[in-house]
Ligand binder design. Sequence first.
Ligand code: ASP
Length: 300
Amino acid sequence: MIQPKLIIHGGAWNIPDEYVEDHIRGVEKAINTTYPKLEVGMSALDAVEFAVRILEEDPTYDAGRGAFLNEAGEVELDAIIMDGKTLNFGAVAALQNILHPVSVARKVMDETEHCLLVGDGALSFAKKMNFEELPPESLLTERELAFFKSIKNKETFKTHHPFEFEPRDTVGAVAMDRDGNFAVATSTGGTARKLRGRVGDSPIVGGGAYADNEAGAVSATGWGESIMKVVLCKRVCDHFFNQSAMEAAEEGIQYLKKRVNGLGGVIGINAKGEYSFAFNTRRMARGYVQNGKTIVSIEK
Ligand code: ASP
């Protein structure tokens, strides 16, 4: 029997000192709640969904509750889940008023013949699948409202600035289960003051996530417009074939920087079950389980 693997991220940004503890605590909780389930046979697919739901509930992160607001002051969420065994995936984008977009993405994968639903259509589908439609305020936090007001009319503001200056974080999980199957899930509120309807890398297959049992699986976080352009997670998965797990992640981040001046980070597990991560932001909250021990770090 294979020893399962789990790696989780809580975003790659310029996370300031006062937020470090919350970021570590959230990632640790998601790992320590999810990993024991993988050990007793939970599938990789169920595990990544389960872990990401924990992080979507936590207002620390830019996913589910606590997400960034768009230019109209609304929360619009993107998420993806992918099965490395079949290459099936489900994704949602610009979804409003739902706490767990990752679970809606899972339903898209399991219950429809499609892969990606957006906006109103995604919301109608979620309601049909019995997800509760919440009032918009319930996903909005005081912190995000205050931040939104502070940047609302700032002419010099660009959506990628928060990656250098402000702390908010997409979340992601990559797992390998006891049967050797891989899965990945990524969930986000996107970027601050994004245009209505803007979709980032997170729900784009190969961009914000990729899983293929033959290679491994990867989840990304960072400035979506740069990550999408280099199809970052697929790139790292491809490099798993000819580089070590850590080298492949590093290669992806270096290419992101060199080619499109991108910012962000990746986590992954290669087909041999080796962990992989790299980032070029100041910090990235991430954690994994190695020899029964949970290792969480945020610094380089
Ligand atoms: N990649 C996400 C996006 O651009 C944001 C993040 O990872 O924090 O939508």
